[in-house]
Design a protein around this ligand. Structure first.
Ligand code: NAD
Length: 510
């Protein structure tokens, strides 16, 4: 197999890396290296920022409708090329084609919402807030903003960050995951083809060295990060120290509470899809099932076992596969290490996915579905994110016992409850300390015009991704208080507060 050499995308062009440092991009189906991605030097990242800063000035001068027309054309181009994008995504990530299309589609839905920017960017206006005084506010772009994104949604998350940022008039520097950078590079080409001025959307590939430049360069005004919690916290703290805006989303441990009145066949179907789909490499994957009561638990575990036996694991291009390989051998080995730890810690291993081998693809990064029962809260397989096809069952005595688990867990991304009882569901949605809640919905990713964000160690920063928060995050508000001399009659300023200097008059607003 010839190994492709990837590039950066700077100022509207593919640019070869100069560092001499590369990361391997694997084909997870075969285990072979299929491409090498350049890891940028600090000087290369600085050049990207300079380029973006220059391009942003013109882009920000375009009126909002003209800007969103570019996004509209991009949307059409991405839809026209969805099959090619999905194959590229699937070939580097290992998720199945339908999953890859979902990844792209969920990203494009945020582009659709960004088309509303002319409306969402409108300011406020108060006429006659004081005598002869009008007050208004405007939202202005920040300038150059950056996105640092994870491997597990190489289309969706870059688009969640870039579409609102661009619609607001910012230039965008994307530092995608070095494990599957080809789709982000292809998106950059499509933005250019859609009419985005060169330099407004750039892709710089790299690792910590590149990220540290984005964190420390004063020309970068905001950082949007998605990835693991330790890095999210590092980015948030460093960005804040450097006076930048940051929203950083981290890892997860999503629970599903199963009440005794739930339809257990429906629940088992939902859990199998939500725990094992995309090989568990989703930040909203359900990794902890919490059946309430021993009888519910026994019945649920039996149903899960039946369904796991029917799962088909295949290459990412196998149309019938339920899920494909993990992204790298290191990711698969990490999952297998957790399974070994679970056994050591005394959890009951009901189904062991470690022995799975796909005939003809013996070197692919596959793991079968794993199910643990009788997991307890002290075990590392309960406390830590595994990020693989592993479902753990923690048995709860009653509803309060079940509610306590996601509420007290370090992570707080998503959670679901399965019940037929409206009171229980309502109480749960109200009291659980988690950012996104599903009621009989296993993966409650909010629709694009709401916001997405976890709580506790799953999210650092004040504003969420997409929805109205994105437009606040990517703009700064300026408030103007104006008085025109012709609008003020004699005597109007009586009682106004006169500051120390003659010309600095603050009129009262009554
Ligand atoms: P990761 O943290 O390894 O990498 C994320 C990004 O950070 C990549 O671009 C990577 O190059 C960069 N990076 C890695 N190490 C760095 C360092 N030391 N300094 C600076 N930058 C660094 O995450 P990943 O393995 O690509 O993605 C999986 C993780 O992302 C999981 O923990 C998953 O839960 C999380 N995730 C969270 C959400 C969410 O919305 N909360 C969504 C998707 C994924």
């Amino acid at each position: 197999m010839t190994i492709r050499e990837l590039t950066h995308f700077i100022g509207g062009e593919h640019v070869a890396g100069t560092s001499g440092r590369f990361g391997d991009v694997f084909d997870p189906n075969t285990g072979e290296v299929q491409a090498r991605v350049p890891l940028a030097t600090p000087a290369e990242v600085e050049a990207v920022i300079a380029n973006a800063e220059e391009a942003q000035k013109e882009w920000a001068s375009w009126n909002p409708q003209k800007r969103v027309r570019v996004l509209m054309r991009f949307l059409q181009l991405a839809q026209d090329n969805v099959d090619e994008l999905a194959r590229l995504l699937s070939s580097e990530h290992g998720k199945t084609i339908p999953d890859a299309k979902g990844d792209i589609q969920r990203g494009l839905e945020v582009v659709e919402v960004a088309l509303g920017a002319p409306h969402l960017l409108k300011g406020e206006y108060t006429e006659s807030a004081g005598t002869g005084i009008d007050v208004y506010s405007m939202r202005q772009p920040l300038g150059v903003v950056a996105g640092i994104t994870p491997f597990n949604f190489p289309a969706m998350i870059p688009l969640w960050k870039a579409a609102p940022a661009l619609a607001c008039g910012n230039a965008f520097v994307l530092k995608p995951s070095e494990r599957d950078p080809s789709v982000p590079l292809r998106l950059a080409e499509l933005f250019l083809e859609a009419g985005l001025p060169a330099g407004v959307f750039n892709v710089v590939n790299g690792d910590k060295e590149a990220v540290d430049v984005l964190l420390n360069d004063s020309r970068v005004k905001a950082l949007g990060f998605v990835g693991s919690t330790p890095i999210a916290q590092y980015i948030y703290e460093t960005a804040a120290k450097n006076g930048k805006r940051a929203q950083c989303f981290g890892g997860a441990k999503n629970h599903a509470i199963i009440m005794p009145d739930a339809d257990l066949d429906q629940v088992a179907d939902a859990l199998v899809g939500a725990a094992y789909g995309s090989a568990g490499e989703r930040c909203m994957a359900l990794s902890v099932a919490v059946p309430v009561g021993e009888e519910t638990a026994d019945r649920l575990v039996a149903k899960l076992q039946e369904r796991i036996a029917d799962l088909r694991i295949g290459t990412s291009f196998d149309e019938k596969a339920d899920f494909g390989p993990l992204v790298t051998a290191a990711a698969r080995d990490r999952v297998h290490d957790y399974i070994a730890k679970g056994v050591e810690e005394g959890a009951e291993l009901v189904v062991d996915g470690r022995g799975f081998v796909l005939e003809g693809h013996e070197n692919g990064f596959f793991s079968g579905a794993t199910l643990f029962d009788k997991v307890t809260t002290g075990m590392s397989i309960y406390r830590e994110e595994i990020f693989g096809p592993v479902l753990t069952v923690v048995r709860a005595r009653d509803y309060e016992d079940a509610l306590r688990l996601p509420t007290e867990h370090e992570y707080g991304n998503g959670v679901a409850i399965f019940t037929r009882d409206g009171d229980t569901a309502r109480d749960f949605a109200n009291r659980v300390q988690v950012g996104m809640v599903g009621v009989n919905v296993p993966i409650p990713v909010p629709i694009a015009y709401y916001t997405f964000g976890g709580w506790k160690a799953s999210g650092f920063g004040d504003l969420n991704q997409h929805g109205p928060d994105a437009f606040r995050f990517y703009t700064k508000t300026k408030t103007i208080t104006q008085r025109w001399p012709s609008g003020v009659k004699e005597g109007d300023l009586e009682g106004a507060h006169v500051a120390d200097t003659d010309h600095f008059v603050i009129p009262t607003m009554d």
